[in-house]
Design a protein around this ligand. Sequence first.
Ligand code: DOR
Ligand code: ZN
Length: 431
Amino acid sequence: MTVLIKGVRLYGEGDPVDVLIAEGQITRIEARIGSEAAETEIDATGQVMLPGFVDLHTHLREPGREYAEDIETGSAAAALGGYTAVFAMANTDPVADSPVVTDHVWHRGRQVGLVDVHPVGAVTVGLEGKQLTEMGLMAAGAGQVRMFSDDGICVHDPLIMRRALEYAGGLGVLIAQHAEEPRLTVGAVAHEGPNAAKLGLTGWPRSAEESIVARDAILARDAGARVHICHASTAGTVELLKWAKGQGISISAEVTPHHLMLDDGVLADYDGRNRVNPPLREASDVAALRQALADGVIDCVATDHAPHAEQEKCCEFANARPGMLGLETALSVVVKTMVQPGLLSWRDVARVMSEAPAAIVGLPDQGRPLAVGEPANLTVVDPDAGWTVTGSALASRSDNTPFESMDLPAKVTLTLLRGKVTARDGRSPVA
Ligand code: DOR
Ligand code: ZN
């Protein structure tokens, strides 16, 4: 199948060009390519072409909680959000702690075919924090697991974390840590600060995150290993990342769109949709996270797409399950919080949403340059479009977006995975 995309600006720069895609690759980039060259022609005049996005942090809920999301609905959401690869977290039921589960996730993702679904393996058996999983078996399986995480739960035993880092170093795989000292977050449902105090919500201190980030940076340093920090949420974490990187420690970090956009002021109406782990912080943290992403102290954006069913969210705040949808709104939130204020250019968006995450996890065919001969994993964005978020209209099986009814800028209009159209004008083949 050949596709001709007309009138795009690569990375939002320079003059518009036509891009021809055949057999999964970019075969021509020229000022004007005649229509006869392709079976499908797509007019994208004035739009921005970027490499397909890579999400290091997605919860697809399969196996076990398919009522909230499954690999098919989550893949559609990913394609509509401009993603060509996602990493599906291991906190499923059963837990992805063996090749039986990780291979299933990989095969099912291939079968659906809308996005490359890379399984994340658990660090510890059953996410129980006690015994390391057979990472080597999962890495060698069909799913070729390259990232391990107990996300949702912190690997809090320092000896287990140390061994995980050492073992992962030998296998060439990545450990991603959900940084939360559990002794400091017992019963916590909101950021510990004046807002939580006023609302009567049990607080989750910044130190719960920062103490683990500091500890794991030191463990990685001494193991000569690398560590990735999931969903950085505090100004203090930013300072620790700066320090660790300055010391030459192999540490990387992600920030979520919701932590770039929202602060704990939105908790005032006790809407369960705003409950998330780590919690929404204060405006000063939001500002520090934005600056850190602009400066490269935080490497990339990851969604922490966490679908939950209506009954799990629409209840008393402290009983609502933590987590927010993210895949279909990520690009627009990054444009609103980072591009419009002048903190990132479109080329930077390619870096934080595609190139950096692909590099962190070592994906050879993602985050590639927009150039002839490269794999056609691509996203096209209309920078001038705007839309109003409606949870029920999203492709995800769940509706729990914290951006409900908000007007957001920019829209993904086209996504291609190895030259195949996986989303176009708000529709994907299974959405
Ligand atoms: O809010 C969250 N939801 N944070 C996590 O770490 C896990 C996630 C989930 O699985 O729902
Ligand atoms: Zn997490």
